[in-house]
Design a protein around this ligand. Structure first.
Ligand code: TRP
Length: 447
């Protein structure tokens, strides 16, 4: 079967690869804090609803596009919508988005490598909170070292991508994702068994509806999209590797379920420990890179847990950068017959050049702003608020309005081999609700 030659070997491998792409830095520091500060359990309810009613259908649409077309992000639209040039737009946007996200994402990913080494060599232990903050600021504002770590991270990603889809992406995520889950569970147990842990559990789960407002709803939606890696064709690319006999509904449920579970477990690993030691949760990178090292310092056996945590974070980031780099690599491979090696080197070089500006945003370029944002923040903003919603709107329009309904059904029912019970609900959401909801996100994100 053509699909076996092209892509993943098994449904398990598919789910691990796609979950690896979804589970990333977004789950481990962004989700817990966003949930905690937006009313805990109240936010979680909204988040679940978005994952279920918007994230899952869009994810399913991307997979359908990729598996139907058996092509990269741009090629898929050429196959499925050959008549109108406008359908080149989502393909091109996806490739640009992947490269831009990769540029700033790999900066933070590089930091984690530094933190593995720093915690393993005892550089962080015994330090006062001020010294730990100082360590973070000195490191991130340095013009050279973060770039070295970022470079190493890019090399790791290239190494796996070069080994191919089955022997690289599938094999490595099949090993790394279970390790990640195991490490995370160990961290959760450690965190929950600390005295005073319940306050962190409360922060994360106790519903406080008074903290919910319009912004929390947007936050929930934005977080769901980023976390599930939808809106930039990563799942079109991986969808083209999915087996024709797999049920895409169950595949998507697994991916979205695992991604959400990891996000919640990350919160359970982080907050009880933070509160147990009387620290304040903060937002953004400092939660993981400043607050947590303090937590580990106060904990018995802290060094081991610190190393384990930063390894976990690196794994999460690596399986995501793989999914980001694969998007342009497959495109160049199918469009210009570039080998995977050539394609991955060229795109990584481009990402590294852009990444220099992102990295220096924390140092000598911190005063260099465009529209009041550093390059790092600008890249984050443009992708999350502009490119990803636009991409997702195009995907839903292709499935809901452009392709004949019979074709969509044919793909999702594996040409009649299975009967997807939820098809009509899915189709209704994708045709009417999802594009409108995404449009609202797009407009409000820009305002
Ligand atoms: N989902 C990843 C995270 O939570 C990040 C990521 C990887 C991503 N690939 C993506 C986000 C594609 C959007 C689109 O960290």
């Amino acid at each position: 079967m053509a699909n076996n030659i092209r892509g993943f070997n098994s449904k398990f491998g598919t789910i691990m690869a796609a979950t690896g792409g979804a589970v990333g830095l977004g789950n481990i520091w962004r989700f817990p804090y966003t949930a905690g500060s937006n009313g805990g359990g109240a936010f979680l309810i909204i988040y679940f609803l978005f994952v279920l009613f918007l994230g899952l259908p869009v994810m399913l649409s991307e997979e359908t596009i990729g598996r139907r077309a058996q092509k990269n992000v741009l090629g898929a639209f050429k196959v499925l919508a050959p008549k109108h040039k406008i359908w080149m737009a989502p393909g091109l946007i996806s490739i640009v988005t992947a490269i831009v996200i990769y540029s700033f994402y790999s900066v933070v990913a590089g930091w984690t490598l530094n933190y593995i080494i720093a915690s393993a060599s005892g550089l962080l232990s015994g330090k006062s909170p001020d010294e730990i903050t100082e360590f973070f600021n000195t490191f991130t504002s340095n013009s050279i070292f973060p770039l070295i770590y970022q470079f190493i991270f890019l090399l790791l990603t290239i190494f796996i991508i070069n080994r191919g889809v089955k022997d690289g992406i599938e094999k490595c995520t099949k090993i790394l994702m279970p390790i990640l889950l195991l490490l995370l569970i160990v961290m959760c147990i450690r965190s929950l068994t600390l005295e005073g842990a319940y306050k962190g559990v409360e922060f994360l789960f106790k519903p406080d509806f008074s903290k919910l407002d319009g912004n929390s709803i947007l936050d929930a939606l934005g977080q769901a999209m980023f976390s599930l890696s939808i809106g930039m064709g990563a799942l079109i690319t991986y969808g083209s590797y999915m087996l024709k006999q797999d049920n895409l509904f169950t595949t998507s449920l697994w991916i979205a379920g695992a991604d959400t579970l990891v996000a919640i477990l990350a919160g359970v690993a982080i907050f009880p420990a933070v509160f147990a030691f009387g620290l304040e949760p903060t937002s953004g990178p400092s939660l993981v890179y400043i607050v947590l090292p303090n937590v580990f310092n106060s904990m018995s056996g802290g060094t081991v847990f610190a190393v384990a945590f930063f390894i976990l974070l690196s794994i999460a980031a690596l399986t995501s950068t793989i999914s980001l780099l694969e998007v342009p690599v497959l495109w160049a491979n199918e469009s210009f017959s570039w080998g995977r090696r050539k394609a991955s080197l060229i795109f990584s070089a481009l990402v590294f050049v852009l990444g220099i500006f992102c990295s220096l945003s924390f140092g000598c370029l911190s005063n260099f702003t465009i529209c009041g944002k550093t390059v790092f923040d600008l890249f984050d903003f443009i992708t999350a608020n502009l490119l990803m919603p636009i991409g997702a709107i195009f995907f839903t329009l292709l499935i809901g309005w452009h392709l004949p309904k019979a074709d969509v059904y044919d793909e999702l029912s594996n040409s009649g081999a299975i009967k997807p019970k939820l098809f009509n609900i899915f189709y209704f959401i994708i045709r009417y609700i999802a594009p409108l909801a995404l449009l609202v996100v797009l407009i409000s994100g820009l305002l």
